[in-house]
Write a protein that binds this ligand. Structure first.
Ligand SMILES: [Mn+2]
Length: 357
């Protein structure tokens, strides 16, 4: 596995590449061109400039999170062709730049959804949290306003103000799109991009929907084993793969995470590993990474990744805000660094144990 850290670029991220490199075992960053709107073409020179900045700091770009999908592609409107053409060209430019993993998601309107960005735990740390009760009370058009105050003046991915300003319009555009239609549009997109992925060996890694069920009546499809295997079969190409995000699939307690990992052997191209603590199925928070801090067995998760021979980039996902750090909720330096060390500790123990057998 390639231990990696999400980095929001020198213009936006308070955390420097120097700090990231100082985390033990850290090899790469997962980043993106943050100025790009979904559907916009990424030029080769822009990609190379980003790559040079990262490599000059002694790290590698271990993958892109994300090259976002334009709504026209998810909706399947006629103008999707030009956006898919741009996407293909972007993948070609990434491939030429030596970048071989691209994360994306296929969630309508909202990216990930949390209802609190700073729930205070007994130890004084703060975490992102979700309650279905809060979602049920919110008019989706006010979703952004309701959490904006806790963003610490950062722009959270998927929650860009320009996008949120058009929320009513977006809901209208998705009116005719149900789960089947979304599957169909995803298939169409993947079939169009697979040739360029084959040519440049680019692993596409879809991020699951978070939480793993429908919110605000919008369809969500990347939510469980059945659907993700359907997607793998529907375009049966090794380059059609998954970002296995334990904290997203894990929002639904019916999802058996280690079993899902094993069933996706060869198709997990990127891993987000974090823990959740449930108060009930509908009320959970993003705990520290340790098994003892939440409800997941992190050893079993890492063991499953080990057993399927996972060798792609992995990153600690969201972390708590601790030690009075102020920054983007979920994306502080300290707790994610602790998470990275913990995951590497588990991996080392599993690896040594297996080799002694
Ligand atoms: Mn994730």
């Amino acid at each position: 596995m390639i231990m990696s850290f999400r980095w929001y670029g020198s213009k936006q991220d308070k955390i420097s590449l120097k700090y990231i490199r100082q985390i033990p075992g850290m090899k790469g960053v997962i980043t993106t061109l943050y100025d790009k709107m979904p559907g916009e073409l990424w030029e080769y020179d822009e990609i190379m400039a980003m790559k040079k900045e990262v490599e000059d700091a002694g790290l590698i770009i271990s993958g892109i999170e994300s090259v976002n999908i334009h709504d026209a592609i998810k909706i399947g409107s006629p103008d999707r062709e030009e956006y898919i053409d741009n996407y293909i060209k972007t993948l070609e430019n990434l491939g030429k730049a030596g970048i071989h993993m691209v994360c994306y998601n296929f969630m309508p309107v909202f990216d990930w959804t949390r209802t609190e960005l700073a729930r205070v735990l007994p130890d004084g740390s703060t975490v992102l949290a979700y309650t279905q009760e809060a979602v049920d009370k919110i008019n989706p058009e006010n979703m952004f306003e309701s959490i904006k105050g806790d963003m610490n003046d950062t722009v959270m991915p998927g929650w860009e103000p320009e996008r949120m300003a058009k929320i009513k319009e977006l809901f209208e555009m998705y009116k005719e799109v149900d789960s089947e239609k979304l599957f169909e549009n995803l298939k169409y997109f993947l079939e169009r991009i697979m040739p360029v992925c084959d040519e440049y060996d680019i692993n596409m890694a879809i991020h699951p929907d978070d939480p793993a069920w429908s919110v605000f009546g919008l369809p969500r499809i990347i939510i469980n084993k059945e659907n993700i295997l359907r997607m793998m079969k529907m375009v049966d190409n090794v380059h059609n793969g998954v970002t296995f995000c334990t904290g997203s699939f894990g929002t639904n307690l019916k999802n058996d995470i280690p079993d899902m990992i094993r069933s996706l052997k060869g198709r997990i191209h990127f891993a987000h590993v974090r823990n959740l603590k449930f108060h009930s199925q509908d009320n959970f928070e993003e705990s520290a990474h340790l098994s003892s801090a939440g409800d997941f067995d992190m050893y079993e998760i890492m063991k499953a990744l080990y057993d399927i021979g996972f060798d792609g980039p992995i990153r600690p996902d969201h972390g708590r805000m601790i030690w009075d750090e102020v920054g983007m909720p979920g994306y502080g330096l300290y707790d994610r660094a602790l998470g990275a060390c913990y995951l590497q500790g588990l991996w080392e123990a599993i690896d040594k144990n297996e080799k002694r057998k």
